[in-house]
Design a protein around this ligand. Sequence first.
Ligand SMILES: Cc1cc2nc3c(=O)[nH]c(=O)nc-3n(C[C@H](O)[C@H](O)[C@H](O)COP(=O)(O)OP(=O)(O)OC[C@H]3O[C@@H](n4cnc5c(N)ncnc54)[C@H](O)[C@@H]3O)c2cc1C
Length: 399
Amino acid sequence: MSDTLERPAISEADEQALLDSIDRWLTRKVAPVAARYEQADEYPAELVDDMCEMGLFGALIEPQYGGLGLPATTYSRIVARISEEWMSLTGFFNSHLMMALIVQKFGTQAQKEHWLPRFATGELRGGLALTEPDAGTDLQGIRTVARRDGDIYRITGSKLWITNSLEGSILAVLVKTDPDSEPRHRGMSMLITPTRDPATGAECEGVSRGKKLPKLGYRGIDTGGISFDAAPVDARLGLVGGEEGKGFLMATGGLEIGRVNVAARGVGIARRALKEAVAYAQIRQTMGKPIAQHQAIQLKLGEMAAKTRAAELLVEDAARAYDRGGRVDLEAGMAKWFATETAFEVATESMRIHGAYGYSKEYPIERLYRDAPLLMIGEGTNEMQRIIIARQLIARNPV
Ligand SMILES: Cc1cc2nc3c(=O)[nH]c(=O)nc-3n(C[C@H](O)[C@H](O)[C@H](O)COP(=O)(O)OP(=O)(O)OC[C@H]3O[C@@H](n4cnc5c(N)ncnc54)[C@H](O)[C@@H]3O)c2cc1C
């Protein structure tokens, strides 16, 4: 299951054309409506459709299966730019791509041919269902089970905090196929699980969805709970890799792109918060001069700019390492931890520079400030990232 292939490159001109078209879309279509959708916590169906059309749901899927096959460097630049405008939008396609990459990386040939073209177009949209009410960081503690019943598995259990679970039609679900296994991870498997008929909208047998969870930030996107009561899954197409016992590795190993993505979101938030602060500090006057001329504000701006740039470089470094192939836990962990802590710090400082206006719903700062903390929790909490970094450091430097 090792992943040592170098990932495809894209010419500078092609990458620039892609980024330019995304910038135009952000300016024309997203900027005018983002605050409205966000404040209403409404699913932005028109923007999701646009992202399907732009190919973003297939951004990391290989071209032979209908995707764009982008390298992580280009992907992280796209994620950072979209996050400058509205971070939630990146969640729709990234959670979906985490599911798709599990199939692309670990699936059988028949599974790749069956699922990936449908994932690439967004005909089937979904995400990755790992977390449960009583198990997040400790994934080996999940209780959802899948029992083999002839040619199908029957899943029973509940998942919580699952992105794309309410509007989407399919999920990669982490289950226990052998709940008594020791060590626990050997009894875990990954099942590609249809949850709704995309044509009719009808729920699949044994599937029931909870309500959209009200959240501090990362609004608009559907994060919710989903339950399975003996829900059937085709074993040949559903059991990723055709082998039980590999699910934990699929969920935790080799998907460092998820951490690169979250780090890139952090870069987007930090950049926007810095940009807004630099502009506002030149306009707002106190004591007869723009606040940008007060040293207290300059100290803040200097630190915010240096940290934002450092975050950009760490994300670039992690994305390049990912594109070279092999495991990049160290690089992805460093980028994820630093860029997301930076996002929160820079958003907070930008709010302070904006004074009362930073607290107002009429300015984008309060949204950046509310969106940033999620990044310290998702894709492995920042506590865990530092532990991962330390473990890698020791493993790479034995004495
Ligand atoms: C908006 C949102 C969207 C999400 N989307 C998804 C999704 O699409 N799919 C999905 O599967 N999950 C999703 N999640 C869940 C997310 O992945 C988990 O919240 C995360 O893994 C942390 O798990 P937890 O919340 O159960 O915290 P816990 O695991 O209970 O951790 C609580 C605290 O203890 C710390 N901690 C735990 N164990 C250790 C340890 N061994 N050493 C040191 N510190 C430790 C943690 O760092 C944290 O500070 C989402 C969450 C949110 C908020």
